[in-house]
Every structure is written in structure tokens, then in C-alpha cells.
Ligand binder design. Structure first.
Ligand code: GUN
Length: 283
């Protein structure tokens, strides 16, 4: 029988531990950690994500500040908002919700966020630290994936890991984390030839391609560990992953569901990164 690993359950446990640390900070009479979230525009999915982040901060006992800017905000005003957050001693973590509306320069924005407050791990200094295997901020979804693999009791040492997708938020950083954990890693993408054959070699398969239920049992090595990062909305409004869950289930050792797998872990790791930023700053 395959293990279905709940990110909701794991998140609950990790968030209880985070809440405990924040309660101790508060009881000692100290300022609690604070996350600033900056969003430009009114994309409904992005607004729903940032509401989830705000709620999670409150539930963990953290402070949060939401900066909601119009879709036609200028680069200058957006950068001034980031500068204010960088300079504000009471803000520990800064996240600029992506994607930005057309016309805004994402690269320039990500470079502006103070590396010490970059809880998304997208500043070049933190990207470089991950590349070098040094301690820095690691993007939240990849960190969540590594926690899920740990919960699966998945031994990565010397194993074949295949990552489908090479985005800067998920595929590229998770491949690096897997490599730093001594897995042998292959990164696949839209131009990869014979994707099925590559995936069938995977002891660990990370699906982050953004195609609803594309990964069926033909892509699975018997006994593989499968992490489904996909969040796709079906025509009838349901959420579904990149993996055809029912089809692959009889063939895997362990798998994460959608919803309730990677999704909740991303926010949990954001809370953890914000706590880490706070601890480094107050030291
Ligand atoms: N949009 C979707 N996921 C993310 C994320 O993890 N961080 C940011 N900044 N934007 C996102």
C-alpha cells in the first residue's frame, strides 16, 4: 500500500512548533516576527494566496503587513515600497508576490529586496548561497518538498531524482537541494526528449510542469516517491495536480495529494523563513 503523505497534517505539526517559539518570544516581552507582503494588481489567484499567507501569520502569532498596489503602479513606487520595508527595523521578511503585472521589471525588484529579509530566497545572494551549498534563504516550495520527502522516510543518498520543470521558484532550486542531499539529479523541461523514459528511471519524481494529470503510471518506476507540485484548476472548478493520482497510486511507495500536499507546506516554510530572518536579525 502506498503512503499518502498529507502536507496539511505535516504543516499543522510544524506550525504548532513555530507558534510555540513565537509565543515564547512574546512572553519574554519581545517584538514578534513580522512579514511584509507586497502585491501589485488584482489577480484573483494571487490575492487568494496572499490572504492565505496573512491568515497563516496571524494563526502563528506573527505580525504581517500587506501592501496592495494597483496593477498600473510605476516601477518607482513599487521600488520605494520595497525600500521602506528594507529600512523598517520592525519588518523581518519581505515577499513580493509574483508574477508582477506586465511592464514591471521583476529582476530589478528581486535584486532590490534586502538579502537578509528575502524570505522567498530569490535574491541573487541567496540563489548563489543555495548553489554553493551555503546557509541562506531557500525558496519556500522547494523547502516544503524536502520536508515532505523527509516525512516519507525517503533516503536520497545516491538515488536517482528527476525534476520536471526548471522554474526559478520550484524546479531549479529543488534540483539543487536534492543534489546537495547527494541524489543524482536530472532536470527535465518542455524540450526534453522521451520524458517518459527519463521519468521511469526516477526513484524520486518531482512533478512541477503545470499540466493537469499528465504524469500517469507510464512515467513511474515501481516503488517511486512522487511529489506533485501542480496546482491546476479543472473545468468544473476543482484543483488537480500534475500527476494522475489514482492511476499512479498502485505503483508508488509514497505520494503527495493535491490539494493538501505541497500547497500548505509552502506557506509553512514561509513562516519558518520569516522566523529564521527574525532570529538572525535580533542576534
Ligand atoms: N507566486 C506563486 N508562488 C509564489 C511564491 O512562492 N513566491 C512569490 N513571491 N510569488 C509566488
Amino acid at each position: 500500500m502506498a503512503d499518502i503523505i498529507s502536507g496539511t497534517q505535516l504543516s499543522k505539526e510544524l506550525r504548532t512548533a513555530i507558534r510555540g517559539k513565537i509565543d515564547s518570544i512574546r512572553k519574554a516581552g519581545n517584538r514578534v516576527p513580522c512579514l511584509a507582503v507586497i502585491i501589485a494588481g488584482e489577480d484573483p489567484a494571487s490575492l487568494s494566496y496572499i490572504r492565505g499567507k496573512e491568515k497563516a501569520c496571524t494563526a502563528a502569532g506573527m505580525d504581517s503587513r500587506m501592501f496592495t498596489l494597483p496593477a498600473d503602479v510605476s516601477q518607482e513606487v513599487l521600488e520605494e515600497t520595497i525600500r521602506r520595508c528594507n529600512d523598517d527595523p520592525d519588518i523581518d521578511g519581505i515577499l513580493v508576490q509574483l508574477p508582477l503585472p506586465k511592464g514591471l521589471d521583476e529582476q530589478s525588484v528581486l535584486h532590490m529586496i534586502s538579502a537578509e529579509k528575502d524570505v522567498d530566497g530569490l535574491h541573487p545572494i541567496n540563489v548563489g548561497k543555495l548553489y554553493l551549498g551555503e546557509d541562506g534563504f531557500v525558496p519556500c516550495t522547494p523547502r516544503g518538498i524536502m520536508e515532505l520527502l523527509k516525512r516519507m522516510n525517503c533516503d536520497l543518498e545516491g538515488k536517482r531524482a528527476v525534476v520536471i520543470g526548471r522554474s526559478k521558484l520550484v524546479g531549479t532550486p529543488v534540483a539543487r537541494l536534492l543534489q546537495n542531499a547527494n541524489a543524482t539529479v536530472t532536470v527535465c523541461h518542455s524540450r526534453t526528449k522521451d520524458l517518459k523514459a527519463v521519468c521511469r528511471e526516477a526513484d524520486i519524481l518531482i512533478a512541477a510542469l503545470g499540466k493537469a494529470r499528465m504524469i500517469n503510471s507510464e512515467y513511474i518506476k515501481e516503488g517511486a516517491f512522487v511529489i506533485d507540485v501542480g496546482v491546476n484548476r479543472t473545468e468544473d472548478g476543482h484543483l488537480t495536480g500534475d500527476v494522475d493520482f489514482e492511476d499512479v497510486l498502485p505503483h508508488v511507495q509514497a505520494i503527495t495529494p493535491v490539494p493538501g500536499g505541497v500547497g500548505p507546506m509552502t506557506i509553512t516554510m514561509l513562516l519558518d523563513n520569516t522566523l529564521k530572518a527574525y532570529e538572525k536579525r535580533v542576534k
